[in-house]
Design a protein around this ligand. Structure first.
Ligand SMILES: Nc1ncnc2c1ncn2[C@@H]1O[C@H](COP(=O)(O)OP(=O)(O)OP(=O)(O)O)[C@@H](O)[C@H]1O
Length: 477
């Protein structure tokens, strides 16, 4: 989040056109909150209205570039607002109830840019917005046909040449072959620390299966309140509870014969774990308030950064569900075990940011290169991506130096003890040269459990020089 703010403010300074302003007209509060949060995270400005009247008023004040318009609103049909917005030159993506084809057709006839079926997959929505953004930009700049761009498909990239990433690629290929001959596709469990690319690999698995043109539905079990997850997953019949005015299909059904990706599965409440197990075993789903069972064709992929086996021992995760999910498993390696993939990814993210903001090419100083290789990356690829875009935006010269990279002080000791590195650390931490040197020695000693030879090796100095410096700074082993 911090990095996003930094990117935006730097973009502002670099005189780059700010990103789109989006008006969301939607009366389902929880869903609206999730959409607004995701859009803001992606760097868009977003305002939310709950009715046609509010939407109309906000459209005047906020002057959006794009609107996301629900069709069923408390004070009428979204189509009433659609024509006003289109007349103002606002691109409109309509959100239609599942199966309500007529709404979509009417909206497109009245000038909507695109439509998305509910329940909405946030990543799919972002893609539609990007398409609309590209289309609008193109239309403005070149008066070009929007059609060409709106058919681009997303290309998922899992970069890396290291052995652990090659092994993941091979596993993905094997799974793709397996799935094509199996009747009920086997469930896949992806584990790995946060930011290692579990989402990326889930999409890659989807892309490489024969049903890749079918829906990919992402459910984040951690961000949905537990009382809503059941409704989201299973859907409900009209009248199933007081506020259920219309029947609604759940996400399991919405995935059709594509992929249902259950992210952060470790956060699923125990009661729902039992219900999910039933779906996986019997391959049927029943909406809340319904007696009718519908067949489940989707393939399930689950992901977690928790130790599910430990959760089973602690009684917080059902063992039968764990075994059912864990038919095939993929373990995403942490970034620190991927060798020079760190540099390959850093270069990729740097180029991406340079292109996005029209900046000149940057190079990493040798100390930064070394630091990138030695840092432990607890937030993995996500952390690297944020650090690199931030460094590219903040560096005043074509060379990215250590002070442009805001890695936590306690890990700076991973850099060799050269004069330039000490100067860079001092500048980054606003310490004197002496204090920076002392800090680097102390931290390396701590990390090597006071093994002086090992610490000296890591710092690139002799054991004698290490002893001398420890004495100078009054550090006792
Ligand atoms: N190998 C890779 N190549 C390119 N980009 C990657 C790679 N791995 C991860 N990323 C990028 O890093 C970011 C984090 O990845 P992702 O969301 O897939 O991680 P995650 O393991 O699902 O994280 P979390 O556990 O927090 O949900 C994303 O922006 C993703 O595009």
């Amino acid at each position: 989040m911090q990095a996003t703010i930094m990117e935006e403010s730097a973009a502002h300074h670099a005189n780059v056109k700010p990103r789109m302003r989006i008006l969301l007209v939607e009366d389902e509060a929880v869903f609206a909150r999730a959409v607004a949060k995701r859009l803001q995270k992606a760097g868009y400005e977003c305002e939310h209205a709950e009715s046609i009247a509010d939407g109309r008023a906000l459209a005047r004040q906020f002057a959006p570039d794009l609107a996301l318009l629900d069709m069923r609103l408390p004070d009428g049909n979204g189509l009433e607002l659609l024509s006003d917005l289109v007349a103002k030159g606002v691109a409109v993506i309509v959100l239609t109830a599942h199966g309500d084809v007529m709404d979509a057709v009417n909206a497109m006839k009245q000038g909507a840019t695109d439509y998305i079926k509910k329940p909405v997959d946030l990543e799919e929505l972002l893609l539609a917005i990007e398409k609309a953004e590209n289309a609008t930009n193109l239309k403005r700049q070149l008066d070009y046909s929007r059609q060409r761009n709106s058919h681009e498909t997303e290309n998922i990239e899992m970069l890396g040449e290291s052995a652990p990433i090659q092994a993941i690629r091979t596993q993905v290929e094997r799974i793709a072959q397996l799935v094509s001959v199996e009747a009920a596709p086997p469930t896949i469990l992806i584990s790995g620390e946060t930011g290692t690319g579990k989402d990326v690999v889930a999409r890659l698995l989807h892309q490489s299966c024969k049903n890749s043109d079918r829906p990919f539905v992402h459910v984040d079990c951690a961000s949905l309140p537990s009382e809503l997850i059941e409704n989201e997953l299973f859907g409900h019949e009209k009248g199933a509870f007081t506020s259920a005015q219309n029947a609604r299909c759940g996400l399991i059904e919405a995935a059709e014969d594509g992929t249902l990706f259950l992210d952060e599965i470790g956060e699923l409440p125990l009661t729902l774990q039992a219900k999910l197990l039933n779906v996986l075993e019997r391959r049927v789903v029943r909406r809340i308030g319904s007696t009718k069972e519908r067949p489940v064709l989707a393939r399930f992929i689950a992901a977690t950064n928790r130790d599910l086996q430990q959760m089973v021992i602690d009684g917080r995760f059902r063992s039968d569900l764990f075994y059912r999910l864990n038919v095939l498993s993929l373990n995403m390696p942490p970034l620190r075990d991927r060798g020079s993939d760190v540099l390959l990814l850093a270069q990729h993210f740097a180029t991406h940011t340079e292109r996005r903001y029209g900046l000149e090419k940057r190079v990493f100083s040798p100390e930064v290169t070394e630091m990138l290789m030695r840092y432990r990356w607890p937030g993995n690829v996500r952390e690297l991506r944020h650090q690199i875009s931030r460094a590219v935006l903040l560096s005043k010269t074509a060379q990215i130096r250590l002070q442009d990279v805001a890695l936590p002080v306690e890990l700076v000791a991973n850099v060799k003890l050269t004069t330039t590195a000490t100067e860079d650390v001092a500048a980054a931490t606003r310490m004197t040269l002496d204090a920076a040197e002392k800090l680097m020695i102390e931290k390396t000693l701590e990390q090597t459990h006071f093994n002086i030879s090992e610490a000296a090796r890591q710092l690139g100095i002799t054991r004698m020089a290490m002893r001398y410096r420890m004495e100078k700074h009054g550090i006792r082993a």
